[in-house]
Design a protein around this ligand. Structure first.
Ligand SMILES: CN1CCCC[C@@H]1Cn1ccc2ccc(-c3n[nH]c(N)c3C#N)cc21
Length: 238
């Protein structure tokens, strides 16, 4: 998969693209992520990317021209990307969308700043996406959240151990099971016996039950959604 990111703050992506699972996936060539500074697609001496909003109002708006120039330049060759725009009021990002996006061969993520992008930029966009009902200062952190959730799903990106984990849980949006490590008792708090039993079938079923129970308690709508889609097995429904 290739992802092109358009932003006026490319430096925000430096650590994200160097460290951890994502950093390894890029350095090993499993995925390609290119971050482009919108300013590099301006043509004036001052490399202006924003301007005051028509009709008045606070702040500045990202101009359409540099973004369109970047899009035209980056899509001259190769497969057309599926274009995302991060927006506070976009479609809510979730695991289902992450799975869908992970199947695209190429993505482009346009990150707004200030008051946002000129509305005409949206003519380039396939999906306006929000990572939650709160207002951030720009679209770069949402872009990193989306890339993290999507790239981890690309085959080969996660280590074997990780990929063997019951990802069918998180891929269905179920909440995770409790994790423990040594010591077996800490300040009077003991690790559940089943996890010390070495009985893999019992451990797996305990974890599944914990995940379903936690999801039912905290996010019952996820269970209802899975039921409606027939994505819960008979024993999971019991
Ligand atoms: C504050 N400032 C004036 C009010 C409108 C937003 C603006 C800041 N801003 C500019 C571009 C931009 C893109 C995404 C987001 C964003 N916020 N919350 C989310 N879940 C987001 C996503 N995804 C915020 C952005």
């Amino acid at each position: 998969m290739r992802i092109d990111v358009l932003t006026v703050l490319p430096g925000l992506f430096d650590c994200f693209l160097k460290e951890g699972v994502i950093g390894k996936a890029i350095s090993s060539g499993k995925v390609e992520v290119k971050v482009h500074n919108i300013r590099d697609f301006t043509t004036d001496k001052h490399r202006v990317v924003d301007d005051v909003p028509y009709g008045g109002g606070p702040g500045m708006v990202l101009k359409p021209e540099p973004i369109f120039r970047a899009y035209d330049e980056l899509t001259k060759e190769g497969e057309k990307p599926y274009v995302l725009l991060t927006e506070p009021w976009g479609e809510k990002f979730n695991q289902e969308m992450a799975v869908e996006l992970s199947k695209k061969p190429r993505l482009m993520i346009i990150c707004g700043r200030y008051e946002g992008v000129d509305e005409r930029v949206k003519s380039l966009v396939d999906r306006e996406v929000s990572i939650g009902d709160y207002v951030l200062t720009g679209g770069e952190l949402p872009a990193m959240v989306i890339m993290d959730a999507v790239l981890r799903l690309i085959p080969g990106v996660l280590g074997n151990l990780e990929s063997l984990r019951a990802d069918s849980f998180s891929d269905r949006g179920l909440l995770g099971y409790p994790n423990y490590t040594r010591p077996a008792e800490f300040r009077g708090m003991k690790v559940p016996e089943v996890l010390l039993s070495g009985h893999h079938k019992k451990i797996e079923s305990w974890r599944k039950e914990q995940s379903l129970r936690k999801t039912l308690e905290r996010r019952p709508e996820i269970i209802e959604n899975l039921k409606r889609k027939g994505l819960l097995t008979k024993e999971e429904l019991e």
